[in-house]
Design a protein around this ligand. Structure first.
Ligand code: DON
Length: 577
């Protein structure tokens, strides 16, 4: 496998060629390169990247910057993530001058099912009950997770790291086309069934301004500023036991939802060892279950390795590359469907799924000239879409790195807001297997292992990932976009490490996606080479186009500096110093 990277001049010279080769149906915007000397934040909104960079410039470390970025995202991308949701953070702490070795940690602050919710919670309920309204909401974890990270790995106080978010909420921020599209999507849901306003009224008025928004408008959110000020002053108490908890319980009572004061007071962050895999010269440090991202990406890489697919044997996005990578995705997503869920509740066979003999067998089952039926993939199983997530990557001047992905699931989550505090509650319950055999909003079919249980965390595709070489971060990456998070993050890492693309090119070139079921290769609408699509169809794959192939935020570190790229698909811009 070719793990080497070209020198910087060679890589820059190759940009023009690559952009031409990757010719696009909708030309990718020419994203400029962003290279910083000391540290950087790549988030999916410029104000959020800037909030983190401000904290880095103050002398804060990568975790301080990550916490500042996340709270700011809660304000500027209130439909993607925020204090009403949850997330995963992977941290690399570099070796210390006093001889302490480097270490990595995974912080799991995914939402949990409320105590009153069991496996049958959605049986007999309205078809949209796991997506809209009070039953859709999991107990939020973001505030607990971020404050845990700050207390154990940060250096600054709460007031300092929350200051940029509070300022942005009070003084205002400029909304972009992505925000307006999210508002429009809520309007469409309300038009489809105006009774939804009973749940969505607060979010529609407070965060969507009743649809009266245009790109370039300046919005404030003084009510969320109030929530953030309380969190800065009183810490997690404000959210889980104090006035914000009271407001959440009040909404639940009014809308007949299951979250109680005890559920909020009982929320616990889970701190765990990340999943690790050797790949070429690299060590991939990824999120373990209940994220499916780490196992799925490591399975795909292991299968590609065995098929001898790399930059020496394929051209980027050529037919062979697309076919073999799609076949590897089919195996890994079939196993995701069959086996993965919260390891605190079910036994997840991580070792078996990543065992060399198992990956040998999966790779041996792949044909270079044909594709099989869904049941031929993974270990076989007889059981058989988006907008609310945000990923950001941070590297500081000491080499400390944070990959963090957070979500409220679909755009504006459950559409249920928390009056007085200006934020939306997640609809993460839809990531459980709500009705056995039925697909979730992302078309993902999942097993009974992922049925709701009190305190259980739903299976996730969020894939915050750090790639190390010789114990030093080379890449910090992740994405939003449901299952496209996994395939988008993986392809972008391959674009950098196999095809030597600089990050801003690696993030922008067209991508594709296969998630086993539906049994279809989805091509980025940016994909111009219809010859490849026809050839892939000729091998036997069903093919389709799709607008959303995930939005990747990536940092690459090399001798020239800290290269940060925010995906123009979501309008982000990185910041650093
Ligand atoms: O955790 C998950 O896998 C989903 N809740 C992620 C949702 C998502 O990425 C929405 N899209 N942008």
């Amino acid at each position: 496998m070719n793990g080497g990277r070209a020198s910087l001049p060679v890589r820059i010279a190759s940009i023009a060629v690559l952009v031409l080769l990757a010719g696009c149906r909708v030309a990718p915007p020419a994203a400029p390169a962003h290279v910083f000397a000391h540290g950087a934040v790549a988030a999916d909104h410029p104000a959020a990247s800037e909030a983190g960079a401000e904290v880095l410039r103050l002398g804060g470390n990568a975790v301080d910057a990550a916490v500042a970025t996340s709270f700011c995202l809660s304000v500027v991308r209130p439909y993607s993530c925020g204090i009403g949701g949850g997330g995963f953070m992977v941290i690399h702490v570099p070796a210390a001058a006093d001889g302490r070795p480097s270490r990595q940690v995974a912080i799991n602050y995914r939402e949990t099912a409320p105590g009153a919710v069991g496996p049958d919670a959605f049986v007999g309920r309205a078809a949209d009950a796991s997506r809209i309204g009070a039953h859709a909401v999991g107990v939020p974890g973001s505030v607990a997770g971020l404050l845990y990270a700050l207390e154990h790995f940060g250096t600054l106080d709460r007031e300092t790291v929350l200051a940029p978010a509070i300022r942005v909420a009070e003084e205002g921020f400029v909304i972009d086309a992505h925000y307006v599209a999210a508002v429009k999507a809520v309007g469409t849901k309300i038009d489809e069934d105006p009774r939804r306003l009973d749940d969505a009224g607060y979010v529609w008025r407070e965060l969507c301004h009743a649809g009266d928004v245009r790109p370039g408008d300046r919005l404030t959110n003084p009510r969320q500023a109030r929530a953030l000020r309380l969190i800065a002053r009183d810490g997690a108490f404000a959210f889980y036991r104090g006035p914000i908890a009271d407001a959440i319980v009040d909404v639940m009572k009014r809308r007949g939802g299951p979250i109680t004061a005890a559920d909020l007071a009982g929320y616990r962050v889970d701190v765990t060892a990340p999943l690790r895999g050797r790949w070429s010269d690299y060590e991939v440090v990824a999120m373990p279950p209940p994220s499916s991202g780490g196992i799925t990406m490591l399975q795909i890489l292991g299968i590609l390795d065995r098929l001898d697919v790399d930059a020496a044997t394929t051209d980027h996005n050529d037919t062979e590359y697309v076919h073999l990578l799609a076949e590897a995705m089919k195996h890994a997503f079939a196993d995701r469907s069959r086996w993965l869920a919260d390891p605190a509740f079910v036994d997840v066979p991580t070792g078996d799924l990543l065992a060399a003999e198992y990956l040998d067998a999966r790779a041996a089952a792949i044909s270079r000239t044909s594709t099989g039926a869904p049941m031929d993939y993974g270990t076989g199983t007889d059981h058989l879409e988006d907008g609310g997530t945000s990923h950001f990557s941070v590297v500081d001047r000491t080499g400390m790195a944070v990959a963090c992905t957070e979500t409220i699931n679909l755009r504006f989550g459950s559409l249920l807001g928390v009056p007085g505090f200006g934020f939306a509650l997640n609809n993460e319950m839809d990531d459980f297997t709500t009705i056995p055999g039925a697909a979730n909003a992302f078309g993902l079919r999942q097993s009974d292992r992922n049925l709701p249980e009190p305190g259980k965390r739903p299976l996730s595709s969020m894939s915050p990932t750090i790639v190390l070489r010789d114990d030093v971060p080379v890449i910090v990456a992740g994405a939003s976009g449901g299952p496209r998070i996994i395939t988008g993050t993986l392809q972008t890492i391959l674009n950098c490490l196999w095809y030597d693309m600089p990050p801003h090119v690696a993030v922008e070139v067209p991508r594709f996606h296969h998630q086993w079921m539906p049994d279809r290769v989805y091509f980025d609408e940016r994909w111009a080479d219809t010859g490849v699509i026809d050839d892939v169809a000729g091998i036997g794959h069903e093919t389709a186009r799709r607008v959303s192939v995930g939005e990747v935020q990536l940092i690459l570190v090399d001798d020239a500096g800290v290269h940060a790229a925010s995906d123009t698909r979501k309008g982000g811009v990185p910041a650093g110093y």
